[in-house]
Design a protein around this ligand. Structure first.
Ligand code: WQD
Length: 341
């Protein structure tokens, strides 16, 4: 049976880990990436882990012609996992047009190319940011979405709405996966997160401070109503997240009569404060971390964690990796990849 899957943004952090798990499950993987925030060498690293070299297509999805051509070439694909998007929250506020242009053009061109080539299954990479400032915790999928605090977040919310409308037309089946805070790396240390420039997210900031690339971590706020005053997030290991994509794909391919966009939260259901993450890092790595407490960061919510029951019940997905595993693997990746990509 043909098991070809197109993975857009396939050289990125979550895309590359998903490519590995798809190959482990016997899928043939075509990675599309414009390499704007990723490295082609990721293909070699996927090969080092799985022994299988994925097909690679360097395509800018903003270019409709190129996208159509590439999808036509791979029109035997049975599904698409769409990761390709810009994702820096801060940059999206200073340059919203760049984010709306890239993330919407990418999604629309992918959908048009799927329609022209009769590819009818898509998994969309979404984010817990679509819940805005949630009124209830833990967050269940039926909690109404809110206007996200950033243009980046809004591209995820509107992306889901676009998919909802297209699914109603009958030719497309779609699942949206709302990620909480993905961290960690492949346990081999071969693939992981490679932020360009100074990282915005907590985990790469911590590991880069620990190896001396950055001087000091700033902890954004210690006056939230949480157990130690620092903000709470639901951190999820990127390999568990990647495995959820494989489960979601299996479900989508076997579910012939889907009529609505299906949405799943991907988190562990456990929240940790920033200070708990720092203390766990210090214990796991044996490194003391240089940090200071500063003002809250604009747009941060105090607490965010998932109720992940739907994904475990319907997809049969289980979280297997805990915070120690996540930090251990992030740390191993940082140490392995200090000077190269
Ligand atoms: C986590 C916690 C910070 C950096 C963002 C996006 C979301 C998703 C994941 C995907 C917060 C604190 C952070 C630092 C700190 N995006 N922090 N010092 O903001 O929960 O979610 O990433 O592509 O859509 O919004 O993640 O890792 O930035 O922050 O104290 O230097 O760590 O305040 O409480 P966030 P994060």
């Amino acid at each position: 049976m043909n098991k070809k899957i197109i993975v857009t943004g396939g050289c990125g952090f979550i895309g590359s880990h998903t490519a590995v798990e798809l190959q482990n499950k016997g899928y043939d993987v075509v990675l599309i990436d414009d390499l704007s925030n990723a490295y082609e060498n990721t293909i070699n690293r996927v090969f080092m882990i799985t022994g299988i070299r994925p097909i690679f297509e360097k395509i800018d999805l903003k270019d409709e012609k190129e996208t159509q051509h590439c999808f036509h070439k791979h029109r035997d694909a049975i599904g698409v996992i769409h990761f390709a998007a810009y994702k820096a929250v801060g940059e999206s506020k200073t340059d919203p047009i760049k984010y709306y242009e890239n993330n919407f053009k990418g999604l629309i061109h992918v959908l048009k190319a799927m329609q022209s080539n009769s590819i009818s299954n898509i998994i969309f990479s979404s984010s817990a940011t679509v819940y805005g400032l949630p009124e209830k915790l833990p967050i269940q999928e039926d909690l109404p979405t809110q206007r996200p605090f950033s243009p980046y977040g809004n591209t995820k919310k509107v992306g889901e709405e676009i998919l909802e409308d297209v699914v109603k037309c009958g030719w497309l089946k779609a699942i949206s996966l709302r990620y909480f805070n993905p961290i960690g790396a492949h346990e081999s240390g071969n693939i992981g997160e490679l932020p360009q420039g100074t990282p915005n997210n907590l985990m790469p900031y911590i590991t880069q401070t620990a190896v001396g690339k950055l001087d000091q971590l700033q902890v954004f706020g210690d006056d939230y109503e949480t157990k130690d005053g620092t903000a709470v997030r639901d951190y999820i290991h990127v390999v568990d997240l990647a495995l959820a994509h494989v489960k979601a794909l299996d479900y989508l391919l076997n579910n012939e009569d889907q009529t609505n966009l299906e949405i799943f939260n991907l988190g562990t259901g456990k929240g940790y404060t920033v200070m708990e993450v720092i203390k766990t890092f210090e214990r796991v790595s044996g490194q003391e971390l240089n940090y200071e407490i500063v003002e809250r960061r604009d747009g941060d919510v105090p607490s965010l964690f998932a109720n992940g029951d739907k994904a475990s019940k319907i997809l049969g997905w289980e979280v297997k990796r805990n915070l120690d595993d996540m930090i251990q693997d992030s740390w191993k990746w940082e140490q392995n990849n200090r000077n190269n990509n």
